[in-house]
Structures are given as structure tokens and as C-alpha cells.
Design a protein around this ligand. Structure first.
Ligand code: E4P
Length: 218
């Protein structure tokens, strides 16, 4: 399972990358705004900077909502770096754009996916990744992980090559369950990735080992 970090903050990307387990980055317009990045030039420059930091795929989202605009923006984003994956919303125009990008050889991430039906459409259109938002489903009292289970089954049944990119991850157990179910990728905030490190018994065990070593070698 690939680990992506879900942020536009360079210091967070660096920290996750330093751990040696990072396979890519996802961003969205809200994350870019939160990182204080605005204006077309700055946005394109920022994506370029992220691509220099990380070896894996970097999702960059289109802002246009109609087909022609999406294609124009997607082409521009794809030119920034070979690792750019164009993020396209699950809308009628978005599905058309996914198909066109597929034919053009531009890789895509279909975002804002909340149902198995949407996931089937995106895979049929040729999306490279499809992003089900499990945390937002949980927030709406719907089981986000069940959607991942359905997608794993459906994509396996039909041999779709589209990768399931579990998004809107809120905590470490979301990540662990996604791994059990068989999501191809998880994209998480930094605290979820680093949260995997901790267990109190590890800290207690290490302290005891070091204490015993110190006593024996005093
Ligand atoms: C990533 O691709 C998504 O945009 C992101 O995971 C959404 O997460 P949120 O629901 O925490 O905003």
C-alpha cells in the first residue's frame, strides 16, 4: 500500500519524506489556500516545488468546472512535471475530462467520490486513481470503510486497473483498516502517518532495555 501525504505545506511534506516511507502527495484547493498559496503563477510554482521534494505522484486539482476549462488546466498542470496527476472532480464534465485525459496519456485522480456508482464511472472513464472520501462519509453517519470494501470487490471483479486512493483519512485506524481491506493508496495528514509510530509499550520497553544496559555496564 502506498502512503501519500495530504497537505500542501512543504515542511510537512519534508518531514514525512524524511521518514523514508512517502510515495506521493495529494493537495486540493482548500489545502493550497491553507498553505497560503494563491494566484495562478504561485500555485504552479508550488506544485513544481513539491515535485522537487518528493519522488512519487503529486495530485494537482483543476479549478475549472466545465469540460474545456478542465482540459486546458489539466494540460497545463501535467506540463509542470512528469509526476503530476491531474485531480478532477466527480461531475458529468469531470467524467468526460477523465476519458479525454486517459486518451491523451495524462494521469488522473478522480476526487470527491462518495458512492460505488461514482467509483465505477470513474474507473470506466480511465481514471488512474479514484479518491473515496471516507472521513467525510463517516462525518455524515455513513460507513466510509464500507465504500472501500465495495470498491475493492468491484474493481477486482472487472479487472479495473484504477487504483483506490483512500482519502479524507482522520486517524490511524482508518489507515490500518484500509490496509486490511486492500486499498492501493492512503492519503493522510502528517499526524496520521507519524501516529503509526507510537505505542506506550515500545517506550516503556525501550526505557527498560536502556536502564538494564546502563546498570550492567556501570
Ligand atoms: C485528498 O485528496 C482529499 O482532498 C482530502 O483527503 C480531503 O480530506 P478532508 O475530508 O479531511 O478535507
Amino acid at each position: 500500500m502506498k502512503f501519500f501525504i495530504d497537505t500542501a505545506l512543504l515542511h510537512e511534506i519534508r518531514e514525512a519524506n524524511d521518514l523514508g516511507v512517502l510515495d506521493g502527495v495529494t493537495t486540493n484547493p482548500s489545502l493550497m489556500a491553507k498553505a497560503g498559496i494563491s494566484g495562478k503563477e504561485n500555485i504552479l510554482k508550488h506544485y513544481h516545488e513539491i515535485c522537487q521534494l518528493v519522488e512519487g505522484d503529486v495530485s494537482a486539482e483543476v479549478i475549472a468546472t466545465e469540460y474545456e476549462g478542465m482540459i486546458r488546466e489539466g494540460e497545463e498542470l501535467a506540463e509542470i512535471h512528469e509526476n503530476i496527476v491531474v485531480k478532477v472532480p466527480m461531475t458529468r464534465d469531470g467524467v468526460k475530462a477523465l476519458r479525454t485525459f486517459y486518451k491523451m496519456g495524462i494521469r488522473t485522480n478522480c476526487t470527491l467520490v462518495f458512492s460505488a456508482g461514482q467509483a465505477i464511472l470513474a474507473a470506466k472513464a480511465g481514471a488512474t486513481y479514484v479518491s473515496p472520501f471516507i472521513g467525510r462519509l463517516d462525518d455524515a453517519s455513513t460507513d466510509g470503510l464500507s465504500l472501500i470494501e465495495q470498491m475493492v470487490l468491484i474493481y477486482r471483479n472487472f479487472g479495473f486497473e484504477t487504483q483506490i486512493l483512500a482519502a479524507s483519512i482522520r486517524h490511524t485506524m482508518h489507515l490500518v483498516h484500509c490496509a486490511e481491506i486492500g486499498a492501493d493508496v492512503v492519503t493522510c495528514p502528517l499526524n496520521v502517518i507519524t501516529g503509526l509510530l507510537y505505542h506506550p509499550l515500545t517506550d516503556i520497553g525501550l526505557a527498560k532495555f536502556l536502564e538494564d544496559h546502563r546498570k550492567a555496564n556501570a
